[in-house]
Each structure stands twice: as C-alpha cells, then as structure tokens.
Design a protein around this ligand. Structure first.
Ligand SMILES: [Zn+2]
Length: 231
C-alpha cells in the first residue's frame, strides 16, 4: 500500500476555495501552508480552508529564502506569519491545535539551520509524524529530527509557465518515474510520502484543475491519503 500526506503551499490564492472543495469531495485532509503577507491582505480563503477541515501552517511572512536572511529576520518572518495565522483561526472560530511550518523552497536556512530548528522547537511548532517514512535518505539527512515539514515527492507543477518549456507531460513523467534523482518514487510499492503541491492560479490558468487531475490519478492508483498526524 502507498500512503501519503498531502501538503499544499502558498495559500491564499484564487483557487484555494476550489481546491478545498475538491479535497472535501475526495475525502482528503491536507496541510496547507500560508504566506503571511498574502494571508494578511486576503484572509478569506485561509479562513475558508480552516473552516472546511484543512490544517493551515506557517510558510513565512514574505516567502523568503531563509539562508539569505540574518537569523533575527528569519525569526521575525516566522513570528509575523504566525500572528496572521492566529488571527485567521480566530476569524474561523476554530481552535488552533497544530502549528506546522514549511520553509519556502525547502531552504532550511543555511548556516542558521540549527538555530532555526531550535527556534521552531522552542516556539512549539508541530512536527509531522514521519516515523513511517521508509527512505534511508530521510534519516541520513536528519529530516527525521527536523521540526519543519519537508516532502518526499514534489509534483513540480509550479514550473509550468508559458515560456518555461515545462508542461503537464513533464509532471506526469515525474509521477511515473520509478527512479527519480531527488526524493522517492511516487508509485513504488509500500511508499509513504509527504506530497508537495501548490495553490497557484498561474498553473490553473494553463492547466485548469491541475490538482484534481493529479490527485485523481493518485486515488485511481490506490494511494491512501492519511490524515495529518503530528508528534
Ligand atoms: Zn512556497
């Protein structure tokens, strides 16, 4: 059996509500990571996601590369986004139980990596329960000890752009690739994944309902979506 936790980055977007509606139809509960600055300006889709069963986590205030920031600024990015999310949970009328965090670009902060992990730990961020992840590289890279939420499989659909030369065909190749250079093969038997998808209107314009096309393929192939579980 292949099991997967779905994570969706960069909410809010215009397509956030449609994604949440699709996920509820499909019976999938996801962790959605919000960009603080965007959520501050446009809280409604974030509130909608919270009220419709999704867990919303922190993706930094301005979606920075953390390795390019002094430590104090990195911490400020985390705190400012956290304040926006506390407000969104308040508006939603939902008690905030979990506080997952994802570094934009998976950039864990370079030389500030350890300090940022300590900071996330001290601030009470929630670590995804990753004890079922079977890949040796996950442990070899210390990802089993980190508090932030990385991923084991990246659809990379955000690369689809009018001039990028990267198309949905390339995404399907990644989905079916039995031996990817990075991460784990999606459809290898007995896999256990943290999936990375994005809520991007630019992608929806070029491939309408891209999230539905991709996730329906996973469901058809017997992937079982697990509820977010934290330690
Ligand atoms: Zn992002």
């Amino acid at each position: 059996m292949i099991q997967a936790l779905l994570t969706i980055d960069d909410i809010p977007s215009n397509n956030t509500r449609a994604i949440v509606d699709y996920l509820n139809e499909a019976g999938i509960q996801a962790v959605m990571f919000a960009v603080g600055k965007k959520a501050e300006k446009n809280p409604d889709p974030v509130v909608y996601a919270i009220q419709h069963g999704m867990i919303v986590g922190n993706h930094g205030y301005s979606h920075p590369h953390f390795s390019e920031l002094p430590l104090a600024e990195g911490i400020r990015e985390i705190d400012r986004c956290e304040a926006v999310l506390d407000r969104a949970y308040g508006l939603a009328g939902v008690k905030r139980v979990y506080r997952p965090f994802r570094f934009p670009y998976g950039d864990k902060g370079g030389e500030n990596r350890n300090a940022l992990q300590s900071c996330l730990r001290e601030k009470g961020f929630s670590k995804v329960n990753d004890t079922q992840i079977p890949y040796a590289w996950w442990r070899e890279n210390g990802l089993d000890r980190d508090i932030d939420t990385l991923w084991t499989f990246d659809f990379a659909e955000y690369n689809i752009r009018p001039d990028s030369g990267f198309t949905m065909e390339d995404v399907w190749k990644r989905v079916r690739n039995p031996s990817p250079e990075n991460g784990a093969a999606l459809y290898a038997p007995e896999g256990r994944h943290i999936l990375l998808l994005h809520a991007h209107d630019e992608t929806d314009e070029l491939v309408p309902g891209y999230y539905r096309l991709l996730l329906n393929d996973l469901l058809k192939n017997g992937v079982q979506f697990v509820k977010p579980d934290f330690v």
